[in-house]
Design a protein around this ligand. Structure first.
Ligand SMILES: Cc1ncc(COP(=O)(O)O)c(C=O)c1O
Length: 381
Protein backbone atom coordinates (compact mmCIF):
# COMPACT_ATOMS: atom_id res chain seq x y z
CA UNK A 1 0.00 0.00 0.00
CA UNK A 2 1.52 3.32 -1.07
CA UNK A 3 0.64 6.08 1.33
CA UNK A 4 0.73 9.74 0.45
CA UNK A 5 3.25 12.08 2.02
CA UNK A 6 2.42 13.42 5.47
CA UNK A 7 2.36 16.95 4.09
CA UNK A 8 -0.85 16.15 2.23
CA UNK A 9 -2.63 15.73 5.56
CA UNK A 10 -2.03 19.42 6.23
CA UNK A 11 -4.11 20.64 3.28
CA UNK A 12 -7.49 19.99 1.75
CA UNK A 13 -8.60 20.12 -1.85
CA UNK A 14 -9.05 23.78 -2.84
CA UNK A 15 -12.59 25.00 -2.03
CA UNK A 16 -13.33 26.06 -5.61
CA UNK A 17 -12.06 22.78 -7.01
CA UNK A 18 -14.69 20.94 -4.90
CA UNK A 19 -17.50 23.46 -5.18
CA UNK A 20 -17.17 23.92 -8.93
CA UNK A 21 -17.66 20.16 -9.35
CA UNK A 22 -20.99 20.57 -7.58
CA UNK A 23 -21.82 23.61 -9.74
CA UNK A 24 -20.92 21.68 -12.94
CA UNK A 25 -23.19 18.85 -11.83
CA UNK A 26 -26.08 21.33 -11.46
CA UNK A 27 -25.33 22.71 -14.94
CA UNK A 28 -25.34 19.14 -16.31
CA UNK A 29 -28.79 18.68 -14.77
CA UNK A 30 -29.94 21.60 -16.93
CA UNK A 31 -30.02 24.36 -14.32
CA UNK A 32 -29.32 27.89 -15.66
CA UNK A 33 -26.46 28.57 -13.27
CA UNK A 34 -24.83 32.00 -13.31
CA UNK A 35 -21.33 31.63 -11.94
CA UNK A 36 -20.11 34.68 -10.03
CA UNK A 37 -17.73 32.64 -7.96
CA UNK A 38 -14.30 32.87 -9.42
CA UNK A 39 -11.98 35.60 -10.65
CA UNK A 40 -11.03 34.17 -13.99
CA UNK A 41 -11.22 37.00 -16.55
CA UNK A 42 -13.71 36.19 -19.31
CA UNK A 43 -12.41 38.96 -21.61
CA UNK A 44 -9.70 38.48 -24.26
CA UNK A 45 -6.16 39.74 -24.29
CA UNK A 46 -5.57 42.52 -26.83
CA UNK A 47 -5.40 41.53 -30.49
CA UNK A 48 -1.74 42.68 -30.57
CA UNK A 49 -0.91 40.17 -27.86
CA UNK A 50 -2.59 37.35 -29.75
CA UNK A 51 -0.94 38.37 -33.05
CA UNK A 52 2.47 38.42 -31.39
CA UNK A 53 1.87 34.94 -29.96
CA UNK A 54 0.72 33.61 -33.36
CA UNK A 55 3.73 35.06 -35.15
CA UNK A 56 6.18 33.78 -32.57
CA UNK A 57 5.28 30.12 -32.93
CA UNK A 58 6.88 29.97 -36.41
CA UNK A 59 10.11 31.68 -35.30
CA UNK A 60 13.37 29.75 -35.10
CA UNK A 61 13.94 28.19 -31.69
CA UNK A 62 10.38 28.89 -30.55
CA UNK A 63 9.80 25.32 -29.44
CA UNK A 64 13.05 24.76 -27.60
CA UNK A 65 13.55 25.02 -23.86
CA UNK A 66 13.76 28.63 -22.78
CA UNK A 67 15.98 30.40 -20.28
CA UNK A 68 15.11 29.83 -16.60
CA UNK A 69 15.15 33.58 -16.16
CA UNK A 70 12.99 34.33 -19.18
CA UNK A 71 13.96 36.28 -22.28
CA UNK A 72 16.13 39.34 -21.51
CA UNK A 73 13.58 41.35 -23.49
CA UNK A 74 10.80 40.19 -21.16
CA UNK A 75 12.77 41.18 -18.07
CA UNK A 76 13.62 44.55 -19.63
CA UNK A 77 9.97 45.11 -20.46
CA UNK A 78 8.94 44.26 -16.89
CA UNK A 79 11.55 46.75 -15.64
CA UNK A 80 10.16 49.46 -17.95
CA UNK A 81 6.60 48.61 -16.85
CA UNK A 82 7.47 48.89 -13.15
CA UNK A 83 9.27 52.19 -13.75
CA UNK A 84 6.43 53.62 -15.85
CA UNK A 85 3.54 52.49 -13.64
CA UNK A 86 5.03 52.64 -10.14
CA UNK A 87 8.25 54.67 -10.46
CA UNK A 88 10.14 51.60 -9.21
CA UNK A 89 13.65 50.98 -10.51
CA UNK A 90 14.55 47.28 -10.74
CA UNK A 91 17.52 45.81 -12.57
CA UNK A 92 16.32 43.36 -15.25
CA UNK A 93 19.53 41.40 -14.66
CA UNK A 94 19.07 40.27 -11.10
CA UNK A 95 16.12 42.03 -9.48
CA UNK A 96 13.35 40.64 -11.71
CA UNK A 97 12.28 37.07 -12.33
CA UNK A 98 9.39 36.13 -14.65
CA UNK A 99 7.12 33.43 -13.24
CA UNK A 100 4.35 31.21 -14.46
CA UNK A 101 1.75 33.22 -12.56
CA UNK A 102 2.02 34.77 -9.15
CA UNK A 103 0.55 31.64 -7.55
CA UNK A 104 3.69 29.79 -8.59
CA UNK A 105 5.73 32.51 -6.90
CA UNK A 106 4.01 31.86 -3.57
CA UNK A 107 5.31 28.29 -3.63
CA UNK A 108 8.80 29.24 -4.84
CA UNK A 109 9.25 31.99 -2.26
CA UNK A 110 8.05 29.67 0.50
CA UNK A 111 10.40 26.90 -0.61
CA UNK A 112 13.30 29.32 -0.86
CA UNK A 113 12.91 30.89 2.58
CA UNK A 114 10.98 28.68 4.99
CA UNK A 115 12.34 25.95 7.20
CA UNK A 116 10.21 23.47 9.07
CA UNK A 117 8.44 25.26 11.94
CA UNK A 118 9.03 28.81 10.69
CA UNK A 119 6.02 31.00 11.28
CA UNK A 120 4.36 32.94 8.51
CA UNK A 121 2.02 35.91 8.95
CA UNK A 122 -1.01 35.33 6.77
CA UNK A 123 -3.87 37.82 6.27
CA UNK A 124 -7.33 36.77 7.47
CA UNK A 125 -9.25 37.15 5.21
CA UNK A 126 -6.80 36.52 2.41
CA UNK A 127 -5.89 34.37 -0.57
CA UNK A 128 -6.06 30.74 0.67
CA UNK A 129 -2.87 29.73 -1.15
CA UNK A 130 -0.67 31.56 1.42
CA UNK A 131 -1.95 29.17 4.07
CA UNK A 132 -1.88 25.95 2.07
CA UNK A 133 1.60 26.55 0.67
CA UNK A 134 2.94 27.46 4.11
CA UNK A 135 1.62 24.15 5.41
CA UNK A 136 2.91 22.17 2.42
CA UNK A 137 6.48 23.37 3.05
CA UNK A 138 6.27 22.66 6.80
CA UNK A 139 5.77 26.26 7.94
CA UNK A 140 3.20 27.41 10.48
CA UNK A 141 0.59 29.96 9.38
CA UNK A 142 -0.10 32.69 11.93
CA UNK A 143 -3.19 34.56 10.90
CA UNK A 144 -3.36 38.30 11.39
CA UNK A 145 -6.76 39.92 11.56
CA UNK A 146 -8.00 42.29 8.93
CA UNK A 147 -11.23 44.06 9.91
CA UNK A 148 -13.60 46.39 8.12
CA UNK A 149 -13.31 49.09 10.82
CA UNK A 150 -9.57 49.36 10.07
CA UNK A 151 -10.21 49.25 6.32
CA UNK A 152 -8.70 45.76 6.23
CA UNK A 153 -5.25 46.87 7.31
CA UNK A 154 -3.50 45.02 10.16
CA UNK A 155 -3.16 46.42 13.65
CA UNK A 156 0.63 46.39 13.69
CA UNK A 157 0.82 47.63 17.28
CA UNK A 158 -1.25 44.69 18.48
CA UNK A 159 0.86 42.29 16.41
CA UNK A 160 4.00 43.77 17.91
CA UNK A 161 2.80 42.85 21.39
CA UNK A 162 2.90 39.18 20.40
CA UNK A 163 5.97 36.98 20.12
CA UNK A 164 7.28 37.42 16.59
CA UNK A 165 10.62 35.75 17.14
CA UNK A 166 9.79 32.72 15.00
CA UNK A 167 8.13 34.68 12.19
CA UNK A 168 10.18 34.54 9.00
CA UNK A 169 7.78 35.74 6.33
CA UNK A 170 4.70 37.93 6.04
CA UNK A 171 2.17 37.92 3.20
CA UNK A 172 0.40 41.14 2.35
CA UNK A 173 -1.77 41.83 -0.64
CA UNK A 174 -2.70 45.41 -1.52
CA UNK A 175 -4.99 46.04 -3.30
CA UNK A 176 -6.44 43.41 -1.06
CA UNK A 177 -8.22 40.30 -2.24
CA UNK A 178 -11.04 39.55 -1.39
CA UNK A 179 -12.08 42.90 0.12
CA UNK A 180 -10.75 45.29 -2.55
CA UNK A 181 -9.25 47.52 0.15
CA UNK A 182 -6.26 49.63 -0.79
CA UNK A 183 -3.35 50.70 1.39
CA UNK A 184 -1.82 54.17 1.35
CA UNK A 185 1.92 54.75 0.89
CA UNK A 186 2.10 55.55 4.62
CA UNK A 187 0.49 52.22 5.49
CA UNK A 188 2.83 50.33 3.17
CA UNK A 189 5.72 52.20 4.72
CA UNK A 190 4.52 51.11 8.18
CA UNK A 191 4.54 47.51 6.93
CA UNK A 192 8.11 47.89 5.67
CA UNK A 193 9.25 49.33 9.03
CA UNK A 194 7.45 46.56 10.90
CA UNK A 195 9.13 43.89 8.76
CA UNK A 196 12.55 45.53 9.19
CA UNK A 197 12.20 45.79 12.95
CA UNK A 198 11.41 42.10 13.26
CA UNK A 199 13.64 40.78 10.51
CA UNK A 200 10.71 39.44 8.52
CA UNK A 201 10.65 38.94 4.77
CA UNK A 202 7.62 40.93 3.60
CA UNK A 203 5.95 39.92 0.34
CA UNK A 204 3.26 41.99 -1.33
CA UNK A 205 1.10 40.03 -3.74
CA UNK A 206 -0.12 42.68 -6.17
CA UNK A 207 -2.07 41.05 -9.04
CA UNK A 208 -5.01 43.48 -8.80
CA UNK A 209 -2.94 46.66 -9.11
CA UNK A 210 -4.60 47.68 -12.37
CA UNK A 211 -8.22 46.61 -11.98
CA UNK A 212 -10.43 49.62 -11.19
CA UNK A 213 -7.52 51.03 -9.26
CA UNK A 214 -7.03 54.70 -10.04
CA UNK A 215 -3.72 54.92 -8.25
CA UNK A 216 -1.65 51.74 -8.51
CA UNK A 217 0.98 51.46 -5.78
CA UNK A 218 3.89 49.09 -5.41
CA UNK A 219 5.37 48.19 -2.06
CA UNK A 220 8.77 48.38 -3.74
CA UNK A 221 8.18 52.10 -4.36
CA UNK A 222 8.10 52.79 -0.63
CA UNK A 223 11.39 53.84 0.98
CA UNK A 224 13.24 50.74 2.14
CA UNK A 225 10.84 48.47 0.23
CA UNK A 226 13.43 47.23 -2.18
CA UNK A 227 15.75 46.06 0.66
CA UNK A 228 13.03 44.48 2.77
CA UNK A 229 10.32 43.17 0.52
CA UNK A 230 9.49 41.17 -2.54
CA UNK A 231 6.55 41.89 -4.79
CA UNK A 232 4.58 39.51 -6.95
CA UNK A 233 2.63 40.76 -9.93
CA UNK A 234 0.79 39.05 -12.73
CA UNK A 235 -0.60 39.46 -16.22
CA UNK A 236 -3.60 37.29 -15.36
CA UNK A 237 -6.02 40.05 -14.37
CA UNK A 238 -4.44 43.16 -15.88
CA UNK A 239 -4.22 41.74 -19.38
CA UNK A 240 -6.87 38.99 -19.32
CA UNK A 241 -4.17 36.35 -19.57
CA UNK A 242 -4.95 34.10 -16.60
CA UNK A 243 -4.64 30.89 -18.60
CA UNK A 244 -1.34 31.93 -20.15
CA UNK A 245 0.36 31.74 -16.74
CA UNK A 246 2.65 34.77 -16.68
CA UNK A 247 3.67 36.61 -13.56
CA UNK A 248 6.78 38.08 -12.01
CA UNK A 249 8.63 38.62 -8.78
CA UNK A 250 10.76 41.67 -8.11
CA UNK A 251 13.05 42.60 -5.26
CA UNK A 252 16.51 42.25 -3.81
CA UNK A 253 19.10 40.48 -5.93
CA UNK A 254 20.03 37.86 -3.29
CA UNK A 255 16.36 37.05 -2.68
CA UNK A 256 15.71 36.69 -6.41
CA UNK A 257 18.75 34.41 -6.69
CA UNK A 258 17.35 32.19 -3.94
CA UNK A 259 13.99 31.97 -5.73
CA UNK A 260 15.72 31.17 -9.01
CA UNK A 261 17.55 28.34 -7.27
CA UNK A 262 14.18 26.74 -6.51
CA UNK A 263 12.50 27.61 -9.78
CA UNK A 264 15.33 26.39 -12.01
CA UNK A 265 15.00 22.99 -10.38
CA UNK A 266 11.27 22.84 -11.01
CA UNK A 267 10.55 24.03 -14.55
CA UNK A 268 12.48 24.43 -17.75
CA UNK A 269 11.46 27.89 -18.84
CA UNK A 270 8.31 29.57 -20.09
CA UNK A 271 7.10 28.90 -23.64
CA UNK A 272 8.65 31.40 -26.06
CA UNK A 273 5.32 32.47 -27.60
CA UNK A 274 3.87 33.24 -24.17
CA UNK A 275 6.85 35.42 -23.36
CA UNK A 276 6.50 37.27 -26.68
CA UNK A 277 2.80 37.87 -26.03
CA UNK A 278 3.56 39.04 -22.49
CA UNK A 279 6.09 41.57 -23.81
CA UNK A 280 3.44 43.11 -26.07
CA UNK A 281 0.86 43.12 -23.26
CA UNK A 282 3.19 44.92 -20.87
CA UNK A 283 3.71 47.65 -23.48
CA UNK A 284 -0.05 48.34 -23.73
CA UNK A 285 -0.98 52.01 -23.78
CA UNK A 286 -3.35 54.00 -21.57
CA UNK A 287 -6.33 53.04 -23.73
CA UNK A 288 -5.99 49.38 -22.71
CA UNK A 289 -6.30 50.18 -19.02
CA UNK A 290 -9.18 52.60 -19.64
CA UNK A 291 -11.02 50.05 -21.76
CA UNK A 292 -10.63 47.38 -19.08
CA UNK A 293 -11.80 49.72 -16.34
CA UNK A 294 -14.82 50.86 -18.38
CA UNK A 295 -16.02 47.29 -18.71
CA UNK A 296 -15.42 46.40 -15.07
CA UNK A 297 -16.95 49.66 -13.92
CA UNK A 298 -20.21 49.04 -15.77
CA UNK A 299 -20.32 45.49 -14.44
CA UNK A 300 -19.57 46.69 -10.94
CA UNK A 301 -22.47 49.16 -10.97
CA UNK A 302 -24.81 46.29 -11.78
CA UNK A 303 -23.15 44.11 -9.16
CA UNK A 304 -23.78 46.81 -6.55
CA UNK A 305 -27.45 46.62 -7.56
CA UNK A 306 -27.43 42.86 -7.11
CA UNK A 307 -25.69 43.22 -3.76
CA UNK A 308 -28.49 45.61 -2.67
CA UNK A 309 -31.13 43.16 -3.87
CA UNK A 310 -29.53 40.56 -1.60
CA UNK A 311 -29.84 42.99 1.29
CA UNK A 312 -26.05 43.23 1.51
CA UNK A 313 -23.79 46.24 2.04
CA UNK A 314 -20.54 46.97 0.20
CA UNK A 315 -17.85 49.62 -0.01
CA UNK A 316 -18.18 51.49 -3.29
CA UNK A 317 -14.61 52.78 -3.02
CA UNK A 318 -13.07 49.32 -3.02
CA UNK A 319 -11.04 48.30 -6.09
CA UNK A 320 -10.15 45.06 -7.87
CA UNK A 321 -12.13 42.36 -9.54
CA UNK A 322 -14.71 41.61 -6.86
CA UNK A 323 -17.47 43.17 -4.80
CA UNK A 324 -17.09 42.19 -1.16
CA UNK A 325 -20.53 42.35 0.44
CA UNK A 326 -21.60 42.17 4.05
CA UNK A 327 -24.62 39.99 4.69
CA UNK A 328 -27.71 41.57 6.24
CA UNK A 329 -28.40 41.24 9.95
CA UNK A 330 -30.21 37.97 10.64
CA UNK A 331 -28.84 36.23 7.53
CA UNK A 332 -27.58 32.66 7.94
CA UNK A 333 -23.84 31.99 7.84
CA UNK A 334 -22.04 32.70 4.55
CA UNK A 335 -21.94 29.11 3.30
CA UNK A 336 -25.64 28.52 3.98
CA UNK A 337 -26.43 31.89 2.37
CA UNK A 338 -24.59 31.02 -0.86
CA UNK A 339 -26.04 27.50 -0.95
CA UNK A 340 -29.55 28.94 -0.73
CA UNK A 341 -28.74 31.24 -3.65
CA UNK A 342 -27.23 28.36 -5.60
CA UNK A 343 -30.17 26.03 -5.15
CA UNK A 344 -33.04 28.53 -5.12
CA UNK A 345 -31.82 31.14 -7.61
CA UNK A 346 -29.19 29.24 -9.60
CA UNK A 347 -26.54 31.83 -8.79
CA UNK A 348 -23.12 30.81 -7.53
CA UNK A 349 -21.29 33.33 -5.33
CA UNK A 350 -18.21 32.66 -3.19
CA UNK A 351 -18.78 32.61 0.58
CA UNK A 352 -16.39 34.87 2.51
CA UNK A 353 -15.22 31.95 4.62
CA UNK A 354 -13.15 30.61 1.70
CA UNK A 355 -10.73 33.39 2.63
CA UNK A 356 -10.58 32.75 6.35
CA UNK A 357 -12.65 33.01 9.52
CA UNK A 358 -12.92 36.79 9.23
CA UNK A 359 -14.74 36.27 5.95
CA UNK A 360 -17.75 34.95 7.88
CA UNK A 361 -20.70 37.26 7.31
CA UNK A 362 -19.49 38.23 3.83
CA UNK A 363 -19.81 37.04 0.25
CA UNK A 364 -17.57 37.81 -2.75
CA UNK A 365 -19.10 38.58 -6.13
CA UNK A 366 -16.82 38.29 -9.14
CA UNK A 367 -16.82 40.89 -11.92
CA UNK A 368 -15.71 38.27 -14.45
CA UNK A 369 -19.31 37.94 -15.60
CA UNK A 370 -20.91 39.52 -18.64
CA UNK A 371 -23.34 42.41 -18.00
CA UNK A 372 -26.27 40.44 -19.45
CA UNK A 373 -25.72 37.70 -16.94
CA UNK A 374 -25.60 40.14 -14.03
CA UNK A 375 -28.83 41.72 -15.28
CA UNK A 376 -30.38 38.27 -15.49
CA UNK A 377 -29.26 37.53 -11.93
CA UNK A 378 -30.85 40.79 -10.74
CA UNK A 379 -34.07 39.86 -12.53
CA UNK A 380 -34.30 36.65 -10.51
CA UNK A 381 -35.23 38.69 -7.40
C1 LIG B 1 -4.50 37.47 -4.24
C2 LIG B 1 -4.12 36.59 -5.38
N1 LIG B 1 -2.84 36.29 -5.55
C3 LIG B 1 -2.44 35.50 -6.55
C4 LIG B 1 -3.34 34.97 -7.44
C5 LIG B 1 -2.82 34.06 -8.52
O1 LIG B 1 -2.79 34.69 -9.74
P1 LIG B 1 -1.92 34.16 -10.95
O2 LIG B 1 -1.18 32.94 -10.50
O3 LIG B 1 -2.87 33.90 -12.04
O4 LIG B 1 -0.96 35.27 -11.26
C6 LIG B 1 -4.68 35.24 -7.31
C7 LIG B 1 -5.65 34.63 -8.25
O5 LIG B 1 -6.82 34.63 -8.13
C8 LIG B 1 -5.09 36.08 -6.25
O6 LIG B 1 -6.39 36.38 -6.05
Amino acid sequence: MITTADRLHSVEEYYFSKKLREVRQLVAEGRPIINMGIGSPDLSPSEHVIASFQKSVTEAGAHQYQSYQGLPELRQTIAAFYMDKFGVQADPDGEILPLMGSKEGIMHISMAFLNHGDEVLVPNPGYPTYTSVTKLVGGVPRFYDLKADKNWFPDLEALEKTDLSRVKLMWASYPHMPTGATATKEQLSALVHFAKRHDILLVNDNPYSFVLSRNPISLLGVEGGMDTALELNSLSKTFNMAGWRVGMVLGRRDYIEAILKVKSNMDSGMFYGIQKGAIVALKSGKDWFEHLDDIYDSRRRLMFELSHKLGCAHDEKAVGMFVWSKLPVGAPDSETFIDELLYEKNIFIAPGTVFGKNGEGYIRLSLCVDKNKIEEAISRF
